[in-house]
Design a protein around this ligand. Structure first.
Ligand SMILES: Nc1ncnc2c1ncn2[C@@H]1O[C@H](COP(=O)(O)OP(=O)(O)OP(=O)(O)O)[C@@H](O)[C@H]1O
Ligand SMILES: [Mg+2]
Length: 208
């Protein structure tokens, strides 16, 4: 049996990743393509414990570097618990956010730098580089308006917009750096149109 393909979905908060996971799942099920959907920490005991440390309000003094290392550690465990078993049994794996989120959020937006994030994620990057990463291209302003309505534009600053803009710019930089792996899809279209482009892209990359 041939090894399954590994696909990741990326983009700013609220760009439509979960919506597209749902639509892709319908397509895969209809076409009898065996697959799993997952997201870190993926329900594994150890990854969940690491997540508890990350989210615990008592750990507010945690450094950005420690946070990035814990995300990387949780990622390695999730690969072993969920991703590897599925890929080795020939299933397609679609993961909601992966190593590019660490680049966009921690390397670019938090300013930890590309080299540090690459180094601590070298296991994921060398052994589990996605066959295709779909970047849903929607600016944080567009995502905000989608969520809160156009009248709420004055609340943009309160929503940490400067940070999210850096995340978005980070994703754009990554897409330019890895054009072979990262497919950019205009996410300001109807969900159905986007889903069609996702399927076309995955077919073109021999993932379907
Ligand atoms: N193509 C679209 N056009 C208009 N609205 C959309 C579209 N796709 C998703 N939405 C809506 O935008 C909101 C955010 O979508 P969704 O939850 O899929 O994004 P997400 O990327 O998974 O967000 P998060 O980063 O918070 O997990 C939802 O209310 C959803 O119904
Ligand atoms: Mg989501």
């Amino acid at each position: 049996m041939s090894r399954g393909k590994f696909i990741t979905f990326e983009g700013c908060d609220g760009c439509g990743k979960s919506t597209q996971l749902r639509l892709l799942s319908e397509y895969l099920t209809k076409n009898g393509i065996e697959h799993i959907f997952t997201r870190e920490p993926g329900g594994g005991k150890i990854s969940e414990s690491i997540r508890e440390i990350l989210l615990n309000g008592k750990n507010s003094e945690m450094t950005d570097e420690c946070e990035a290392l814990l995300y990387a550690a949780s990622r390695v465990q999730h690969l072993a618990d969920r991703v590897e078993p599925a890929l080795s049994s020939g299933k397609l794996v679609v993961c909601d956010r992966y190593v590019d989120s660490s680049f966009a959020y921690q390397a670019f937006a938090r300013g930890l730098g590309f080299d540090f994030i690459s180094k601590i994620n070298s296991f994921a990057l060398e052994k589990y580089l996605p066959d295709c990463t779909v970047f849903f291209d929607l600016t944080p302003e567009q995502a905000f308006v989608r969520k809160h309505g156009a009248d709420e534009n004055d609340r943009l600053e309160q929503a940490g917009m400067a940070f999210h803009k850096k995340v978005y710019e980070g994703y754009k930089t990554l897409a330019e750096k890895y054009p072979e792996r990262i497919a950019v899809i205009n996410a300001a279209q109807t969900p159905e149109q986007i889903a069609k482009e996702v399927i076309q892209t995955l077919k073109a990359k021999n993932c379907l």
